[in-house]
Design a protein around this ligand. Structure first.
Ligand code: PLP
Length: 387
């Protein structure tokens, strides 16, 4: 379908955009300009956790707009950011929060905080990682093809093989390493839940060697895996946690949650961003966090996740194209023996939106408010395109 909206060619062609022009959204569906409804198992890549048109977001935005404050400089105090910081720290290991505008920005900030706190420079990430597209976060992202055109990236960043204890023992050092960063469930790198034992091993190594452990929950955090934070299920606590995607209900926002120990190394002026944690985005984020953190809401994500996981396992039994199925909560990967892109296209032709994560993995990230009947609708399409 071709777009009837003028100006598509005026957008810098950095995205391989596909499908129709979307002009609306309702619940778990995106609506194209011709009225066709698409069941959305992408949630704007884990952003639209509450789906489209959710009253909590609409009401929070309306109330915030009524104050007249969309932005107030971080040179002054406003209430929503302070309330949000209290909400997030009150529900986590963390003592203080810093707000920015994206996942990559959150990770870049966490790297700076780790360097200042440790007075060291090295940053260690792992294979299959994705931490963003800015210079340090890209250096920590295990995608040589994304990195190559932009070399040199931030020096001091290394990627070690995930799960290789000897490599970690040698590569994470008391002398040089400031931070270790890892996604508890890797997203872009193929939807891979990381073993609890590996996270516990990293925790111990970081403690022994004076290294800050950063969990990147930009994609897997905030209810996606069935607990408010993905690491709650692992028994391991980081020194810093980065969040973004669903935090402000689709408005751009990132966060770094830190312990008092990290915070004590930071002073006014060490880091800053003009828009970070402004009153409009923070007002919406407060309501999103409160909604997701409700025990009933999280229990529902876990139940819907089990429903999706068992449905995928059934499809896998009947399909020679599926090698394995893995996930937590409402974050699932289907590893295929065939390329993922044609399957994504075939699903879209049947009005189901899904993602890939690497060349052979289908990634499913439905809105957290989805119901079993809509999961079943999507599963039926997947069964058809993977038959
Ligand atoms: N970290 C993880 C785990 C991500 O999945 C992403 C984006 O997909 C990022 C960081 C970067 O976030 P952003 O695109 O908001 O910069």
């Amino acid at each position: 379908m071709t777009a009837t909206v003028p100006g598509a060619s005026a957008l810098l062609g950095l995205y391989a955009r596909v499908g129709p022009v979307f002009t609306g959204g309702e619940g778990v569906e995106l609506i194209a300009e011709d009225g066709t409804r698409y069941l959305d198992f992408t949630s704007g890549i884990a952003v639209n956790a509450l789906g489209y048109g959710h009253p909590v977001i609409r009401d929070a935005m309306t109330r915030a707009l009524d104050t007249g404050l969309i932005h107030v400089s971080n040179l002054f105090r406003t209430e929503p950011g302070e309330v949000l910081a209290a909400e997030l720290t009150g529900r986590s290991f963390a003592d203080q929060a810093f707000f920015c505008n994206s996942g990559a920005e959150a990770n870049e900030a966490a790297f700076k905080f780790a360097r200042k706190w440790s007075r060291k420079t090295g940053i260690v990430a792992f294979s299959h990682s994705f931490h963003g597209r800015l210079f340090a976060s890209l250096a920590a992202t295990d995608h040589p093809e994304y990195q190559r055109p932009f070399l040199p990236l931030t020096p001091g960043v290394r990627i070690l093989p995930l799960g290789d204890r000897a490599a970690a023992e040698a590569g994470i050092t008391a002398e040089e390493t400031a931070a270790v960063i890892i996604e508890p469930v890797q997203g872009e790198g193929g939807v891979r839940p990381v073993a609890d034992e590996w996270l516990a091993f990293l925790r111990q190594l970081c403690d022994e060697r004076g290294v800050a452990l950063i969990f990147d929950e930009v994609q897997c955090g905030l209810g996606r895996t069935g607990t408010l934070f993905a690491h709650e299920q692992t028994g391991v606590t980081p020194d810093m946690l980065t969040l973004a995607k669903p935090l402000a209900g689709g408005l751009p926002m990132g966060a770094v949650l830190v312990t008092d120990a990290i915070a004590s190394a930071l002073a006014a002026g060490d880091h800053a961003t003009t828009f970070g944690g402004g009153p409009l985005v923070a007002s919406v984020a407060v309501e999103v966090v409160k909604t997701i953190a409700e025990p009933d809401f999280l229990a529902s994500v876990r139940a819907r996740g089990e429903h999706l996981g068992s449905g995928l396992a059934r499809i896998a039994k009947a399909s020679s194209k599926i090698k394995s199925v893995r996930g937590r909560g409402l974050m699932w990967g289907v590893e295929l023996s065939v390329p993922a892109a044609p399957v994504v296209g075939a699903a879209r032709d049947r009005q189901l939106l899904v993602l890939s994560a690497g060349p052979n993995v289908l990634r499913l990230l439905p809105p957290l408010v989805i119901e079993d009947a809509d999961l079943d609708r999507g599963l039926a399409v997947l069964a058809e395109v993977l038959a």
